[in-house]
Design a protein around this ligand. Structure first.
Ligand SMILES: *[C@@H]1O[C@H](CO)[C@@H](O)[C@H](O)[C@H]1NC(C)=O
Ligand SMILES: *[C@@H]1O[C@H](CO)[C@@H](O)[C@H](O)[C@H]1NC(C)=O
Ligand SMILES: *[C@@H]1O[C@H](CO)[C@@H](O)[C@H](O)[C@H]1NC(C)=O
Ligand SMILES: *[C@@H]1O[C@H](CO)[C@@H](O)[C@H](O)[C@H]1NC(C)=O
Ligand SMILES: *[C@@H]1O[C@H](CO)[C@@H](O)[C@H](O)[C@H]1NC(C)=O
Ligand SMILES: *[C@@H]1O[C@H](CO)[C@@H](O)[C@H](O)[C@H]1NC(C)=O
Length: 502
């Protein structure tokens, strides 16, 4: 997501390709028994196949306002929405609505098995709405990222208004849906949006499950060192020696880089595509390693998964198995090379490790869009003062702001998100579940303690990034199984209340 090195849920090339066969249909002409294209996917996100062999849904395109907050621009764009109504009770069964985050919606659909797992018992309709400027939902088509004036409508407020419009439209056009209660679901930035949707539009949804949603990872709400401190704690849980080795490695890298043949050694030890050639390259490479350590904490799942990378169960344990003895010098770098090999080459198909890959070349607009968002609203302070497994990473808002201005001719507004979304005054809202895995670096900016009877925090020990939203798996921990049971009970409670009232 940001700092200079971290991201929330980057979309990698391999995630962008599956559901290509969707054809276009207009939600405006939706009729209940109209045959819409059904896309079948053979695989699920958790390594467990669904009983029907995959998730199936209809793909719809909604004519969405480009600008909800002014009236001079009347243009619309096609927003992609995935709908699965095969479990839905047409007599008022609920609608579970995923508030899409920064990437292709089918990817998030694929990685949110929890909604698919519980849809049958709730007789729920599932809807996955794509976030504007991502995936296929590009307001200005191929031009969308051409210049900064076209990026002007990429804000969380516009995205939330899209979702509210989607729900209003679905409820007024699908026969049987008018009395359906709507529950929002989201993970990561999508979880922030789910919570904010409840805060901003309590008339539209009855509640929200916000998983791994760092809504307080903003200036003055969370200390900037919290993110890397949680990351270190996650690694410390595997092994102290491992963390000490990593902490030592930055100086070792610098020393070896300066020695004769040092850059060649580093290239070989890490299997890099291109050699390092300067001090600046060395800094970039160290950032690259830091990003890998945080990503490993995000996806430290109890079973093999391929969320940000293809990895075995408990990947940090595996990584630390290479670093279980105190190491120094070249042997330490050789062992770290095994860690990068684990993260980038678990499948054995990677010829070389591309440390200069910032994701921009994989044509995933997701990375570009998030970069712009983190230069406007989503500016999340992160720093480390040389503790645990990181080196000194300062946070300098002015520097971030200047870089953003250079790139986009815009400057971030440091305090806007806190003002816009109620900062810590969440007693004034209701019916939000904030779930966080304690292994997840993003839990640093999450709501970790309940705020009221209905704004409830669920902590998941040994849980990584939105583990609870993933499909159930035989290797799931007791902690995540219990979190999901609590979540279902709370949602059931919301729905019953609605039925009595309405
Ligand atoms: C969905 O998950 C499966 C299994 O992990 C994976 O092979 C596939 O590429 C994913 N599809 C998308 C669109 O991410
Ligand atoms: C699903 O998997 C089966 C068995 O691996 C294969 O024969 C079939 O072609 C696949 N279907 C699709 C739609 O990919
Ligand atoms: C951005 O691109 C659009 C579409 O090509 C164009 O109409 C507009 O003038 C451009 N704006 C700037 C500031 O270059
Ligand atoms: C990736 O793994 C394969 C199989 O073990 C190996 O041949 C290859 O050299 C590895 N790539 C890198 C960059 O280490
Ligand atoms: C590494 O990634 C960069 C940026 O994404 C790309 O331009 C470059 O071609 C890649 N290099 C290799 C060897 O794949
Ligand atoms: C690291 O920085 C944070 C934030 O400035 C501070 O609260 C913490 O005490 C510092 N820790 C150490 C060990 O200096």
């Amino acid at each position: 997501m940001t700092g200079k090195v971290v991201k929330m849920a980057m979309v990698t090339t391999k995630c962008l390709v599956l559901f290509l066969c969707c054809s276009l249909s207009h939600v405006n002409s939706w009729q209940q028994d109209q045959q819409l294209p059904i896309v079948k996917n053979n695989e699920t996100s958790s390594g467990k196949l669904n009983s029907n062999g995959g998730y199936s849904y209809k793909t719809l395109y909604y004519d969405q306002q480009i600008d909800h907050f002014g009236f001079t621009n009347g243009q619309t764009f096609k927003q992609r929405i995935l709908v699965a109504d095969q479990f839905w009770n047409r007599n008022g069964g609920p609608i579970f609505f995923y508030t899409g985050n920064e990437g292709d919606i089918d990817w998030f659909c694929n990685n949110t098995g929890f909604m698919w797992d519980i849809a049958p018992e709730f007789n729920a309709m599932l809807v996955f709405a794509e976030h504007r400027y991502y995936g296929e939902s590009l307001p200005f088509g191929q031009d969308t990222y051409k210049n900064v004036s076209l990026l002007n409508y990429l804000t969380s407020e516009q995205a939330l208004a899209d979702f509210a419009e989607n729900i209003r439209y679905l409820k007024t056009t699908i026969p049987g849906a008018e009395n359906s209660a709507v529950v929002a679901f989201g993970g990561s930035y999508g979880g922030m949006l789910a919570a904010w949707l409840r805060i901003k539009y309590p008339n539209v949804i009855i509640g929200a499950l916000a998983s791994s949603a760092p809504i307080w990872q903003f200036t003055d709400l969370t200390p900037c060192n919290a993110f890397y401190d949680v990351t270190s704690k996650t690694w410390l849980d595997a092994s102290t020696t491992c963390v000490e080795n990593v902490h030592r490695s930055y100086n070792v890298l610098a020393t070896i880089a300066e020695s004769a043949g040092g850059f060649e050694f580093i290239q070989k030890a890490f299997g890099l595509c291109t050699p390092l050639a300067s001090k600046y390259d060395l800094e970039t490479f160290m950032d690259f390693l830091v990003e890998m350590y945080t990503d490993l904490a995000m996806v430290n799942y109890p079973y093999p998964a391929s969320f940000l990378a293809d990895l075995p169960a408990w990947p940090i344990k595996v990584a630390c198995s290479y670093l279980s003895d105190p190491l120094d010098g070249k042997p330490l770098l050789a062992a770290l090379g095994k860690v990068t090999n684990l993260y980038y080459n678990f499948t054995g198909n990677t010829n070389c490790v591309n440390w200069t890959d910032d994701g921009s070349a994989d044509a995933s607009l997701g990375t570009k869009g998030w970069d712009y968002q983190s230069c406007t609203e989503m500016v999340m302070p992160m720093c480390s003062n040389n503790t645990n497994m990181f080196y000194n990473i300062p946070w300098d808002f002015q520097e971030v702001s200047d870089k953003c201005f250079e790139k986009y001719k815009v400057r971030p507004r440091e305090n806007w998100v806190a003002l816009e979304y109620w900062a810590k005054q969440l007693k004034e809202t209701s019916n939000i579940i904030f779930s966080n895995g304690l292994y997840d670096p993003w839990s640093s900016g999450g709501v970790m303690e309940s705020i009221s009877d209905t704004v409830v925090a669920i902590q998941i020990p040994y849980g990584a990034h939105h583990l609870d939203l993933r499909g159930s798996n035989p290797l799931d921990t007791r902690a995540v199984i219990s979190a999901r049971i609590q979540e279902k009970n709370i949602i059931r409670n919301w729905l019953k209340i609605t039925y009595i009232n309405g």
